[in-house]
Ligand binder design. Sequence first.
Ligand SMILES: *Cc1c(COP(=O)(O)O)cnc(C)c1O
Length: 352
Amino acid sequence: MNWRGVIEHYREFLPVSERTPVITLNEGNTPLIKADRLRDLIDKRIELYLKYEGANPTGSFKDRGMTLAISKAAEEGAQAVICASTGNTAASAAAYAARAGMRAWVLIPEGKVALGKLSQALIHGAGVLEVKGNFDDALAIVKEISQCYPIVLVNSLNPFRIEGQKSGAFEVCDQLGKRAPESHFIPVGNAGTIKAYWQGYREYKEAGRIDSLPRMMGWQAEGAAPIVRGHVIENPETIASAIRIGNPASWDAAVAAARESRGQIDMVSDEEIMEAYRHLAEIEGIFCEPASAAPVAGIIKYSRTKGFDKGDTVVCILTGHGLKDPDRVLHISREPLSLPAEMGAVRKVMGL
Ligand SMILES: *Cc1c(COP(=O)(O)O)cnc(C)c1O
């Protein structure tokens, strides 16, 4: 049967009724990929799965929350939506708003959004506004605008975003065969994601779909690790632009998810992120964006410090597609060789 998107598939767990117009791009149902080669480098005694959210229609998990946020906005008769974004929320909001026939406004930190994400927002016809500040500054502005005007905020402060995003946890359990992993690795930026997945696991357990809960293992980048350091970071810096956030909106919920699940929130350096990013591409054939590689770096770090238990099932969410940020590759790879169009020249380079 054709997959009809997150709302139809998980309707009974979501705040929708027959009156809710379903605005969907058939998001969700992303692959849960067993990563044995990467696992062998880390700890041969565990099972490692990567949930590839880059396979969503706009290339990130943001579509899971956006389908619900835009559908509920449409139900309320909204004509316009607004968000602040490091890029992926903007891309997703722009696409779903286009489909709903709504105006989308997106505020992005000037010069800090990856090219792929910016192109998406533009092609879907969003009003793209670059502010001379960071994500946190942009979020403060859109919050105020949405309070003063009939324009719906579709950042993860919008509860429907979280409700939709929790479907990612449902899918992990369904794909593992009605069970939860022992630990769930995930990047932490504005922290709506870790909050949503933890909520999803808890609801699935309450509904009797799974028997246990995973430990939630959240990862920030060292230059943008307010939760780990315990204070707001005024000028967050990391190559992982999707988690370049200094004052997460769901800070308390992220801390609670880690505490309640007996997990943790920790950080990795940009070097560790880039190493994981390369490894994934080179040995598993999976291309994700730098922020998505942060929890993979986290798995490597955790295995070297604390260590997993034998037989643990470890799931890592790869939040976004590598093509979102193609420039990053060109910074770290050798340029293609330029040759004359002659067999001899090609053979020589290939060592044949
Ligand atoms: C949004 C996003 C994150 C972080 O999610 P938060 O809810 O902000 O913590 C991580 N990776 C990617 C690719 C994202 O788009």
